[in-house]
Design a protein. Structure first.
Length: 309
């Protein structure tokens, strides 16, 4: 059925402009309806937020529990010997062109967090890709658009809810990391510096995640069913990740191959790079551009979309 339809419960007509009649509705009531949309969206993603947060917390605790055994000089020599035997191209593909000092807790943490970046990208992409399609799939879109608010407002508040969920996900990582540092940090370690470094590292995780969330948000305007959201999201994350690995592996042999890394948003916030060098200016500009373009196109496409009810 096309966008223009009559809601049998409220006799509300959804117009081609993407709005519902709002005459006689006060600003306070409209804001209340928008907050309800925000809360419903957040509630629908809460279980996945808890699940992904628990998965990441488990990964962090599991890997960081090995840190005390990695901090000795004998273990350091053994690791350096093993790592030195690995071809440089493979180390670059793994994101460790410079072998980390695993006796340094923050370098070890940054190495572990590479897996969290990948998990966070998948979560953010799936979160974004489900934002605007799940009501159509669940058959609840008619109720949503019976509300006296514009389609653009609905899109905005659903986006804000998804972003809020992702911020909470990052906050959960920060809390778990802080607890781990208190448990495993060596004596005479500057805890303030640890927290400062953690903020820098997690800002990279958040930036990469927001890029994938915006890409997923754009995807949610064009896919036909929420069942497509997860496989497409995972495909995009791993596809771009492989491009980044390929770029690092062959950059010394193939001209211009190094530029492929800019097609991999995960590389925009790799923990070891963030710890040593901070943000790269080109990555910041490209990342912001991707976010703005994807979100802008999402609003345009969804406002013109024929809804399936």
């Amino acid at each position: 059925m096309k966008r223009k339809f009559e809601n049998k419960f409220s006799n509300t007509v959804l117009c081609r402009s993407g709005t519902t009649p709002t005459a006689g509705i006060s600003a306070e009531e409209r804001n209340s309806k928008l907050m309800n949309i925000f809360k419903l969206e957040f509630k629908s993603t809460f279980k996945s937020l808890i699940l992904w947060s628990c998965i990441v917390a488990f990964i962090l605790v599991l890997f960081m529990a090995f840190y005390p055994s990695m901090s000795g000089d004998e273990m350091k020599d053994l690791i350096n010997t093993k790592m030195s035997a690995i071809p440089e191209s493979i180390l670059k593909a793994m994101g460790i062109a410079d072998i980390p000092d695993f006796t340094d807790m923050m370098q070890y943490y940054a190495y572990v967090l590479q897996y969290v970046v990948l998990a966070g990208a998948i979560y953010a992409s799936i979160l974004g890709a489900n934002t605007l399609i799940k009501e159509e799939t669940d058959g609840t879109i008619e109720y949503l658009y019976a509300q006296p608010v514009t389609r653009i407002q609905i899109t905005l508040y659903k986006l804000l809810s998804s972003i809020s969920s992702f911020f909470i996900f990052i906050a959960a990582i920060a809390v778990v990391s802080s607890v781990i540092f208190l448990m495993f940090k060596p004596e005479n370690t500057d805890f303030i510096k640890i927290i400062t470094d953690t903020k820098i590292i997690l800002s990279g995780v958040m930036f990469s995640g927001l890029i994938f969330l915006s890409i997923g948000f754009l995807i949610s305007t064009v896919i036909k069913s929420a069942k497509q959201a997860t496989p497409i999201s995972i495909g995009i994350v791993f596809g771009t990740y492989i491009l980044g690995m390929f770029s690092k592996t062959v950059s010394d042999k193939v001209a211009l191959a190094d530029n492929l890394k800019y097609l991999s948003p995960i590389d925009y916030g790799m923990p070891l790079d963030m710890l040593k060098n901070g943000f790269d200016t080109i990555n910041i500009v490209l990342g912001i551009l991707i976010i703005v373009v994807c979100i802008s196109f999402s609003f345009v496409l969804y406002n013109k979309k024929d809804l399936k009810i």
